[in-house]
Design a binder for this molecule. Structure first.
Ligand code: MN
Length: 201
């Protein structure tokens, strides 16, 4: 038996809590099978290497190849799955005076303009990858497109919010309709958590 260095993150909600935006079946496959596989792969790959004692963030900024890909997918999915809450909960207007929302309006013109650019960059990303809201060292917000397991942390940016555009994230519920999936995800974003990430020092 290999030592378990990295573990599957626990979800802060029930598997069916995000329905109808994300179904229980999608959560069971995406979290329970896809993410579990990345965790198992990374534990096998790093055993006995210099990466054994590193954090996911450190590995992503130093490794290449399969170690980078599997660590990147774990880091990305950990941020992804912990940014949601049930759709009926408080929406973003409740924190419109937060530091994050003020920065969104400052850097994109309006919340709606930010949403439109974010969706377009998710729709326009060819193949598998991730679209991110990230902050630079001065707190300025940017939207980035990352292929495969990419994360803007590798360019010195702080990742805040992400949408997974790998087909495994939406194919069960939305089939080929990536745009419809991305538009629906706004209903379940936990803006208090995104604001916490933004204001964390
Ligand atoms: Mn995924």
């Amino acid at each position: 038996m290999l030592p378990v260095l990295f573990t599957l993150i626990a979800l802060p909600y029930a598997n069916d809590a995000l329905e109808p935006v994300i179904s229980r079946e999608t959560i069971e496959y995406h979290h329970g099978k896809h993410l579990q596989t990345y965790v198992d792969n990374l534990n096998r790959l790093v055993a006995g290497t210099e990466y054994e004692t590193m954090s996911l963030e450190q590995i992503v900024c130093h490794a290449q190849g399969a170690v980078l890909n599997n660590a990147g997918q774990i880091l990305n999915h950990n941020l992804y799955f912990t940014q949601f809450r049930p759709a009926a909960a408080t929406d973003y207007y409740a924190i419109s005076d937060s530091e994050l929302m003020k920065a969104i309006v400052r850097d994109f013109g309006s919340f709606e303009a930010f949403q439109a650019e974010f969706e377009q960059k998710g729709i326009g990303l060819f193949g598998s990858g991730w679209v991110w809201l990230a902050a630079d060292k001065d707190g300025k917000l940017v939207i980035t497109q990352e292929a495969n397991a990419g994360n803007p942390i590798t360019r010195g940016l702080r990742p805040l919010l992400t949408m997974d555009v790998w087909e495994h994230a939406y194919y069960i519920d939305y089939r080929n309709r990536r745009a419809a999936h991305l538009q629906a995800l706004w209903q379940i974003i936990n803006w208090n958590e995104i604001n916490r990430r933004y204001t964390a020092k």
